[in-house]
Design a protein around this ligand. Structure first.
Ligand SMILES: *[C@@H]1O[C@H](CO)[C@@H](O)[C@H](O)[C@H]1NC(C)=O
Ligand SMILES: *[C@@H]1O[C@H](CO)[C@@H](O)[C@H](O)[C@H]1NC(C)=O
Ligand SMILES: *[C@@H]1O[C@H](CO)[C@@H](O)[C@H](O)[C@H]1NC(C)=O
Ligand SMILES: *[C@@H]1O[C@H](CO)[C@@H](O)[C@H](O)[C@H]1NC(C)=O
Ligand SMILES: *[C@@H]1O[C@H](CO)[C@@H](O)[C@H](O)[C@H]1NC(C)=O
Length: 413
């Protein structure tokens, strides 16, 4: 293995060679977001969408789906307070690129550290997310930080859009998360010239990250997860294994029970009839807002939008605008149909000695006690956070930054 990676080093002659080869072989080029031309039409659609005057059941809370008042407020914010140009300028403050890999146009942010020893790190989002959910953590991670033990870490951060999401092209119907893992490994190695790197994944991004962790064990040399591609154990299962949950974990467990009872209708819909919901909402921004914002609100910390969470209405509207303005809602929901058996019921260990780190956020909708995480990889660190939910990059960015800096304590290129 050592001689193989030495060989890889020798083959990668100079950064200039990498860049020009990547330009030639993968059509690597810088990318700027410019969707302002689409805004008048979006605003007109949002403005012309009628909502009922009053809720059918004024007592129904979000357990029955997004509340009318919340949707109406978001619709109004979209028209009156939300300025796409401001958001677009912030998004373009990062370095975006596209590359052509196995016929797929892959969009990604690549933000480099000034530290020559920075660890390459790929951050993988899920549904209904996008690269946008990681923006608060990117620049801090590029900066050098020294841990309590005295080790200094920094990262070269890569944040791709999953195939079919926002600026990455929609893949063929037979595409799976393992195909995504393969092209992302190509992105990190052959396109960007990193011989080893670390991965982080949430939601569908965790399924891709776990595929990378399992299948590319010479290049993926550390992984951090906040979600896993293994069905969370039931409360009975946890009890039968004599595992005692902390008070924070009990809150999460309650959310998992609720998710399984009344929260997973969308999942079955998207897995079995992606065209029904995908086409129904294809050109319906307020419809996409209702479908997506309902999930974002339900899966986040109830304190979302208050410090340290930056998951406010502007963040939700930016996220939904990205789906609407790129016409990618339909191809995004297809990921469920393309990977119907992605969540495994049998816990198996990945064939790798690379360290695995896991963080449990209190209000996430999946709970994996430490004993279960240890079954699937080389677990070296298990954290529990009492703030944040399913989108920690927005819902508790300082905690996610700390979690990801911990990778540096274990990563060995
Ligand atoms: C929405 O439509 C109404 C009625 O056509 C119009 O008066 C108003 O200016 C529009 N508002 C926005 C923000 O486009
Ligand atoms: C733009 O990025 C730089 C670092 O690359 C950062 O210092 C600055 O705060 C960012 N500005 C905005 C508006 O996000
Ligand atoms: C998947 O679909 C693509 C294009 O639609 C086709 O070229 C390819 O052979 C298919 N792959 C498999 C494994 O069926
Ligand atoms: C759990 O504890 C009970 C009582 O001590 C014991 O009989 C059982 O074997 C334990 N189960 C496991 C899976 O360790
Ligand atoms: C990678 O996986 C293979 C089996 O798939 C195994 O033989 C090898 O030891 C693993 N390498 C590392 C570095 O974990």
């Amino acid at each position: 293995m050592r001689s193989l990676s030495l060989l890889a080093c020798l083959l990668v002659v100079t950064p200039f060679t990498i860049a020009s080869d990547a330009q030639k072989n993968f059509d690597l080029k810088p990318f700027k977001i410019d969707l302002t031309g689409e805004i008048p039409r979006l605003r007109s659609l949002v403005n012309n969408t009628r909502l009922p005057d009053k809720a059918l059941d004024p007592d129904a809370g979000q357990e029955k789906g997004i509340e009318l008042d919340i949707l109406r407020e978001l619709q109004s914010d979209w028209l009156k307070n939300f300025d796409w140009k401001v958001q677009q300028t912030e998004l373009n403050n990062f370095s975006h690129f596209t590359a052509l890999i196995e016929g797929q146009s892959v969009h990604f942010v690549h933000q480099k550290s000034e530290d020559p020893n920075a660890i390459p790190l790929i951050l993988l989002h899920g549904w209904p997310g996008s690269f946008h959910e990681f923006l608060p953590v990117i620049n801090p991670l590029t900066e050098s930080s020294t841990s309590a033990s005295g080790k200094t870490v920094s990262y070269n951060v890569v944040v791709p859009s999953l195939p079919g999401f926002v600026f990455s092209s929609a893949p063929p119907a037979n595409w799976t998360v393992d195909d995504t893992a393969r092209i992302f490994n190509t992105l990190m190695t052959d396109v960007l010239g990193y011989s080893t790197y670390a991965v982080h994944g949430t939601d569908w991004g965790s399924v891709v990250a776990y595929s990378l962790y399992s299948s590319f064990n010479t290049t993926v040399r550390a992984a951090h997860f906040v979600f896993l591609p293994f069905l969370p154990p039931s409360a009975e299962d946890i009890a039968a294994n004599n595992i005692t949950l902390s008070d924070i974990q009990k809150v999460t467990e309650h959310r998992v029970i609720e998710f399984n009872a009344i929260g997973n209708g969308y999942l079955i819909e998207q897995r079995t009839k992606p065209n029904d919901i995908g086409l129904a909402l294809y050109d319906n921004p307020v419809g996409q807002l209702a479908w997506i914002a309902g999930k974002i609100k339900l899966w986040s910390d109830p304190r979302a939008g208050t410090s340290p969470s930056v998951l406010d209405n502007t963040a939700i509207l930016t996220s939904v605008s990205l789906y609407c303005l790129t016409d990618s809602f339909l191809s995004s929901v297809w990921i469920y149909a393309q990977n119907a058996d992605a969540l495994k019921t049998v816990y198996t260990k990945a064939p790798t000695d690379a360290p695995l780190l896991f963080s449990q956020y209190e209000y996430n909708v999946g709970l994996w006690p430490e004993e279960y995480v240890a079954k699937v990889g080389n677990l070296v660190s298990y954290n529990v956070h009492d703030f944040g939910g399913h989108f920690p990059g927005l819902d508790n960015p300082p905690a996610l930054i700390d979690d990801l800096r911990d990778i540096g304590l274990y990563f060995e290129a």
